[in-house]
Write a protein that binds this ligand. Sequence first.
Ligand SMILES: Cc1cc2nc3c(=O)[nH]c(=O)nc-3n(C[C@H](O)[C@H](O)[C@H](O)COP(=O)(O)OP(=O)(O)OC[C@H]3O[C@@H](n4cnc5c(N)ncnc54)[C@H](O)[C@@H]3O)c2cc1C
Length: 271
Amino acid sequence: MAGLHIVVCMKVVPKSEEVTVNAETRTLDRSRARSEFNGPDMNALEAGLQLKGAHGGRISLLSMGPPFCEPYLRLGLAMGADAAFLMSDRVFGGADTLATSYTLARGVSAIGKVAGEVDLVLCGEESSDGATGQVPPGIAEWLNVPQLTYASHLDVVARRRVLRARRELGSGFEIVEAPLPCVVSLKSGCNEPRFLDLQRWDWAMGGAPVTVWTAGDMDFDRSCLGLDGSPTIVAGVSAASAATRRRELLSGTPQQEAEKLSELLRPLLPA
Ligand SMILES: Cc1cc2nc3c(=O)[nH]c(=O)nc-3n(C[C@H](O)[C@H](O)[C@H](O)COP(=O)(O)OP(=O)(O)OC[C@H]3O[C@@H](n4cnc5c(N)ncnc54)[C@H](O)[C@@H]3O)c2cc1C
């Protein structure tokens, strides 16, 4: 296998600590929040860079979002990626996870056409704003390739063209394999994303290729894009009721405390 072509899906999200809630509409107000790369996507990029270091090849970054996402992709190029693709069009806006995964899957196929066959698609486990974790499996379904979710370590068995992933479980871990090409989502914090490589800085911020694709640049089923392609409906928004807590300090001998505690708990138990 002559090196891997890895696509890493990177979402630009508002910094969660700067998002506020509109008291009247109870919707999220992101207008004053600065943006950043979604944290787990940085782990996905680091995992991709480690595979590139071990097996050779190249990394293409893919994002769907407004034009202001472009400089963020350049940071990814400075970290070690080789090319970047931004899918940016008002028609893509308002997408739920079904439409987002469709659009990104079309993007992966388009990258395959212009930059060579794609062996592996890496994503973060979930975004910090939508946080559904549905997009990576969605991309795999649209591309009709296997998916491995919540991986914490990746390896490629080159002679068998197989991806081997470690998945953390509550009680241990499992090692699973899937044939390439496949889509993998990476656990948040599973590795330490590297710093920018300052030797790549001038190239990344200047001459590096960042291709911007609009809806007119490729073949889409328009009914699958943006709001039109999004069956999710927010039927209502309500504030969660604040939890009320009572506290009572028991005193006496251990025997007296135990009796008092059972007296207090008994009425709360089902009859
Ligand atoms: C508060 C809130 C609630 C929402 N609830 C829902 C809902 O219930 N149902 C629904 O369908 N949609 C929902 N959405 C919309 C959802 O955020 C968008 O559809 C979004 O584009 C993708 O979903 P996600 O952020 O949950 O992605 P996830 O599935 O959580 O993201 C996993 C990974 O997919 C990749 N990825 C996701 N989006 C992009 C992108 N634009 N560019 C590049 N890579 C990407 C990244 O690698 C990311 O780490 C909600 C959005 C918000 C802000």
